[in-house]
Design a protein around this ligand. Sequence first.
Ligand SMILES: Nc1ncnc2c1ncn2[C@@H]1O[C@H](COP(=O)(O)OP(=O)(O)OP(=O)(O)O)[C@@H](O)[C@H]1O
Length: 261
Amino acid sequence: MSDLISVTDLRVDLGSATILRGINLTVGEGEVVALLGANGSGKSTLMRSLLGLVPITGGDARLFGTSVRTQRRQIPWPRIGYVPQRAAVGSGIPATALEVVLTGLLNDRRWHVPRGGRARGLAALESVDLGDRANSPLHQLSGGQQQRVAIARALVRRPDLLLLDEPMAGVDRPTQQTFARLLATLQSEGITVGIVLHELGPIRPLIQRCVVLRHGQVAHDGGIPAPAPGHGDADHEHVHLDHGHHERADVHEAVTPRSLP
Ligand SMILES: Nc1ncnc2c1ncn2[C@@H]1O[C@H](COP(=O)(O)OP(=O)(O)OP(=O)(O)O)[C@@H](O)[C@H]1O
């Protein structure tokens, strides 16, 4: 199994703040990895640095064996699908769901949808249960539906590596179930997936590996971390001050649903 992602002593500074430091991580072909951690722990920044969207200050990240830092133009971007955090989807776009999906087939060298692209776009929308909304203007879709359009836009590339930043944030349980079925399909097809999450929810059975960030560093890399004893109590106060239990607290925050159904 070759490494599709390889991160070595990664450091990212934004403004005067060090956001990530000492990150070492490899993700092999076909792995599905959940990236968890408290708000502000650096999950999105890590994903964005892998994609060259925020500058790397120290160390390196390699995608498909190619350095994001020094060989950015050589990275096979068409093999990578990315779904940004929901806020970045943009509901003001004057385009239909299908048109938005088809932009996933364009890049700085290809400005036209390739032959067969439309069928691929429709298939991608079908895979997120939105085949019947292909011609709907994006702004007429709900937030959760727009999120699925963003996923279809990444899938239309038929990526080998799919990076998703909180794809289940703010979506209802049926939509989460749709996403879980999709993830199971991608997993069976051997696609490598990195997924930022706050809660595992219905995809829990599909996840074998979790990476938990805490204050910009890897606090855990392994199986699903167990919640700390007592954390399931209804009256438990989910605020943890600096009393030596940071790691467990953050791990708990990462894996426990904020609102149970
Ligand atoms: N462009 C920026 N300039 C300065 N600081 C930034 C910038 N982007 C993010 N940060 C800071 O980096 C830290 C990590 O942010 P990031 O969005 O990566 O966290 P996260 O773990 O994804 O959080 P959340 O779960 O809330 O999405 C935060 O303290 C944030 O304020």
